[in-house]
Design a protein around this ligand. Sequence first.
Ligand code: PRP
Length: 223
Amino acid sequence: MRALEKFSSVCVSGSGSPARPLTLALPKGRLFDRALAYFAQRGLSVRFQDRELAAQDERGLLEVFIVKNSDLPVYVSHGIAGLGVCGTDVLCEAGGVFFELFDFPFGGTRMCLAAREDFDCDAGLRRLTVATKFPVFTRGYFHRRGIPVEIIKLNGSVELAPVLGLAPCIVDLVETGSTLKANRLGVVEELENIKVKLIANPAYYKVHYEAVDAFVAFLKESS
Ligand code: PRP
């Protein structure tokens, strides 16, 4: 809790009135609940009313916006949210320049090449056709390995592609492996570990570095 008090004291101006809170974008979905639980374990609680997309903690230190995963880098690069909680998979697709300030100890996944169990690796890896939500990552990864790759871009339910014959392989995130298993697919190769990071807009960091550093110290403190 000491780090929270320090963060609070940096954010509150001399007159005792709250300064403007730090702005933080959180992605909808799995990371959202985990990030809020992580803050709450350290004493900072942000509650959203039903369907509300922006809310502050009770001390007014942090203003949190709920955004679609793939939109998060857009909000941070425009400085609408100074900070964001974002997977390296999304960062890779978005491009752009962000400061990476902290690795969260949750939400890590694996980016994998997966296929049906009867996939012929020797023939299939000479020239790949891959369905994926992650074309930038996939193109970069296989080009670095000198493997020609044709990419079919999808936006979700990627595991259907090999099942229905759209593409023999997919590149996708695997967390528990249950989606692959349920669709009778298997991992051909693990390509990269994906981490969840606190990112900052560089200009925002330069202006608010004291408060942002205090927030990072708060995140680093064990609960
Ligand atoms: C992600 C990912 C896989 C699944 C992996 O999809 O793209 O489909 O989760 O998780 P598992 O290994 O625990 O089964 P998401 O749930 O985000 O839905 P989407 O396919 O609609 O993008």
